[in-house]
Structures are given as C-alpha cells and as structure tokens.
Design a protein around this ligand. Sequence first.
Ligand code: VGL
Ligand code: ZN
Length: 198
Amino acid sequence: MTRALIVIDVQNGFCPGGNLAVPGGDQIVGGINALMPTFDHVILTQDWHPAGHSSFASSHPDKSPYEMVEMPYGPQVLWPDHCIQGTPDADFHPELDTDRARAVIRKGMNPAVDSYSAFFENDRKTPTGLAGLLRTLDVTDLTFVGLAEDFCVNYSAVDAADAGFSVTVLTELCRAIDLNDSLAQARRGMTEAGVILA
Ligand code: VGL
Ligand code: ZN
C-alpha cells in the first residue's frame, strides 16, 4: 500500500480575506501540515485561472456571483473573480508547508472550462495528468483534505474513487462553501461513490 495526501486548493483566495473565502478555511492549515509527514507522497492542487475566466460572473453580462449558467459542457456556478494566476489570491496560504509537496497540480487554466476536480476539467474529459502521476508512483490509497469540501474536494474524491483508488476524505481538515445544501449533497455523492468520510 502506498499512500498519498492530496491537499486541495489551500490558497489565500479560499481563506478569510480572499476573493472566494470559505468560512474557516485558514483553520485547517496547521492540521494539514501535521499530517504530511505520515504519508509517502504529498501533492498540492492550485486553482489557477487566467483573468476573465468563463467561471467568473464578471465575464457574463447581467450575471451575479453564485448564479448558474449553461456552458457547452453543462451547468456551471458563476464565482467571484478568484485565484487569478500570479496574484496573491492564488498563492498558497503562507503557513501551508509547501516544501513537502512532490507535485503541484494547477487547474482551471483553460479560459473556457472550469476545473473543480484534481483529475478532470468540468467537461469531465480533459485530464490534468494526476492519475498518471499517481499510478507511476504506485499509489493505491488517497486521502483528501482542503477547500472547498463541497466543490473541489468532492469532485476530486469522486473521480479518484471512480479511477479505482481507495479514497478517504478527512472532513475535519476540510471547509465548505455550502451553497444551497451543496455540502449535504456532496457528502451523499461521495459516500455513494465509495469514498470514506472520516
Ligand atoms: C473551488 C469554486 C471555484 C474550490 C474552485 O476550490 O472548491 N470552488 N473554484
Ligand atoms: Zn476556481
């Protein structure tokens, strides 16, 4: 058994003071750092959008953040501008121990397609390369922590289970946006996919 810790989007943008702040997002950083040495591999993801990204409400006339739109690949929540490449909002939280990371997977870089999952963009087809990296390293078991539990953690954990990994989400080291019951829905979906919520 080879175990990897996948740390999802622990960035300033998702912490208090950030452009898409998740309540309590900064409270999980110390616990995540403490967990890192107990894993064979640590991988970080980083939401990394170009300015004017199509998931931003500001890119759609007459739309406000948290409204839905229909994209060519399906329904999409519109977000405040967040985690723009090279800005402090996109940096990792300053206390996150990034030194231990074997790799940083950046996502959301295609201006036309959002990417919640660490494995596939929201078209559900375009891979990020993470599955290949993990298989090359003979990783069998994945533990997910980070932000936000109901979006990027959820999509990543479900894709990982579908790809055949043994998957655990440590909910105490996640925080959620919780938009219209999205956290309860996400937990149901993860459980159905075979993800262990611990
Ligand atoms: C996320 C919304 C938009 C996340 C990223 O990290 O959960 N949510 N971009
Ligand atoms: Zn994003």
